[in-house]
Design a binder for this molecule. Structure first.
Ligand SMILES: NC(=O)c1ccc[n+]([C@@H]2O[C@H](COP(=O)([O-])OP(=O)(O)OC[C@H]3O[C@@H](n4cnc5c(N)ncnc54)[C@H](O)[C@@H]3O)[C@@H](O)[C@H]2O)c1
Ligand SMILES: [Zn+2]
Length: 352
C-alpha cells in the first residue's frame, strides 16, 4: 500500500493499493472520521460490482450506512442527479457531522463531492475511485462539478475530500476503453513532470500488474499533489494539468461529447506537441514520440474533424483571459510550461 499526504485547505491522505475496499471503513476510522452515518453514493454500473463490499466495510467499522444509486454515465452528471442525492441525504438524516462516500469513477466523485460541498454548507466526504482516471486525477485536488446547459463543469466548488481510498483491484473490471481513457491522463502527467515515468510506460503496460499499477498511480497522485499544493484554487501552475485539454475540451464539445475525454485529450496533446515544435518551444520529435505511446495504449492521435470547425470552440476555454489564453506546451518530455498566447494565434497554431 502506498500513501500520499496532500496538504491543502484540508490535509488528507490518498491511499493506493490492493484489497482496500474491504478496509474502507477501517481506513476512514484511522483517518479520524468520527461520523455516525455514511451515505454511500454510486452509479448503476459500479453498484453491483463493489457496493456490497464497501457497505459491509463501513458497517463493520461502526458507520450506519445508507446507499444512493444513480444512473451511470456522463449524461447523468447534472443538477437533477445532485438533487436526488440531497433527497437521500435528507431521508437518511445525514447532518453536519456525517460523511458521504463516493464509490465510482469521476462522474460519481465530482457529483458526490459537489453534494458534500453544498449539503448543509459542507459536510465531509471520502473518495473511493474505481476508474483509472478517477484514481490518478479526479479524486485528488478537490475540484467538484456538475454539467449544466451552459457547459460541462461550469458549476462546481473547491471541496477537498477527507480521504481517498484507491483500490487497484477494482480496475480489473474496467472495459479496455475506460482503461485507455485513464491512461491518457497518466501519459499527460508523465509528459508534464516525469520523463522517467514516460519511459516506463513506453517499456510496458501496467494493466494487469497490480504492484506496477499501484506504483504508477501513486506517482501520478504525488505529481498532482505537488502541483495542487502550490496552487489549490487553479490560479497558476495547476494549469499545467491542462496539457492537451484546451484542444481536448473543444473536440469533446464539437463531438457533442460522443468522443471520450481521454480520447479527446490524447488528440489534444499531440496537437499541442506539434504546435510547440512549430513555435520552437518543444524539442523536435516530441509529437512523434507521444503519438507512439498513445497509440500503444489504444488512444487516438488525430481527428478527422476539420480544425476550422472545432478550433474556434477553444474560445470558450476556462483558461482564457480576454484575448489571451495560456497554452500548456512541453519544452521536452517531463517539462511543461504555460505559454500565454493570443487566442486567435492559438487557433491559427492548431490549424494545419
Ligand atoms: N474533479 C476533477 O478534478 C476531474 C478531473 C478529471 C476528470 N473529471 C471528471 O471525471 C469524469 C470522467 O470520469 P470517469 O472516466 O471515471 O467516468 P465515469 O465515472 O463515467 O466512469 C466511466 C464508466 O465506467 C464505469 N465504471 C466505473 N468504475 C468501474 C469499474 N471498476 N469496473 C467497471 N466499470 C466501471 C462507470 O459506471 C461508467 O460507466 C468527467 O465527468 C470529468 O469531467 C474530474
Ligand atoms: Zn482530463
Amino acid at each position: 500500500m502506498k500513501r500520499v499526504t496532500i496538504q491543502s485547505s484540508r490535509t488528507y491522505d490518498c491511499v493506493i493499493g490492493q484489497g482496500l475496499l474491504e478496509q474502507l471503513g477501517m481506513l476512514m476510522r484511522a483517518a479520524g472520521l468520527q461520523a455516525e452515518r455514511a451515505l454511500l453514493v454510486s452509479d448503476t454500473r459500479v453498484t453491483p460490482l463493489y457496493a456490497a463490499q464497501a457497505a459491509a466495510s463501513l458497517e463493520a467499522a461502526g458507520y450506519r450506512c445508507s446507499m444512493h444509486v444513480f444512473e451511470a454515465g456522463e449524461a447523468h452528471k447534472r443538477l437533477a442527479t445532485v438533487e436526488g442525492m440531497y433527497a437521500a441525504l435528507a431521508t437518511h438524516g445525514l447532518g453536519r457531522g456525517d460523511v458521504i462516500v463516493a464509490l465510482g469513477g469521476g462522474v460519481v466523485g465530482d457529483m458526490a463531492g459537489f453534494a458534500a460541498a453544498t449539503w448543509m454548507r459542507g459536510i465531509r466526504f471520502v473518495q473511493a475511485p474505481t476508474t483509472l482516471l478517477a484514481q490518478v486525477d479526479s479524486s485528488v485536488g478537490g475540484k467538484t462539478a456538475v454539467d449544466t446547459r451552459a457547459g460541462k463543469n461550469l458549476v462546481g466548488a473547491f471541496w477537498q475530500p477527507s480521504l481517498v481510498v484507491a483500490d487497484v483491484d477494482t480496475l480489473d473490471t474496467l472495459p479496455p476503453a475506460a482503461f485507455a481513457d485513464g491512461m491518457a491522463e497518466v501519459v499527460k502527467t508523465a509528459c508534464i513532470r516525469d520523463a522517467a515515468l514516460l519511459a516506463k510506460l513506453e517499456a510496458k503496460t501496467p494493466r494487469g500488474d497490480a504492484p506496477e499499477l499501484e506504483a504508477v498511480i501513486a506517482r501520478c497522485v504525488d505529481i498532482k499533489r505537488a502541483i495542487v499544493e502550490e496552487d489549490e484554487r487553479d490560479a497558476g501552475v495547476r494549469g499545467l494539468l491542462n496539457f492537451g485539454h484546451t484542444v481536448g475540451h473543444a473536440l469533446e464539445r464539437y463531438s457533442d461529447y460522443t468522443l471520450s475525454h481521454g480520447s479527446a485529450v490524447a488528440v489534444g496533446m499531440v496537437v499541442m506537441a506539434r504546435a510547440g515544435e512549430s513555435l520552437g518551444v518543444t524539442v523536435p520529435g516530441t509529437a512523434a514520440r507521444l503519438t507512439r505511446v498513445l497509440t500503444a495504449y489504444g488512444l487516438p492521435t488525430h481527428t478527422d474533424a476539420r480544425p476550422s470547425d472545432w478550433a474556434p470552440l477553444m474560445m470558450a476555454d476556462k483558461k482564457r483571459h480576454g484575448e489571451k489564453i495560456d497554452l500548456v506546451l512541453l519544452r521536452e518530455m517531463g517539462d511543461a510550461v504555460l505559454h500565454p498566447i493570443d487566442v486567435q494565434e492559438a487557433i491559427a497554431q492548431v490549424l494545419p
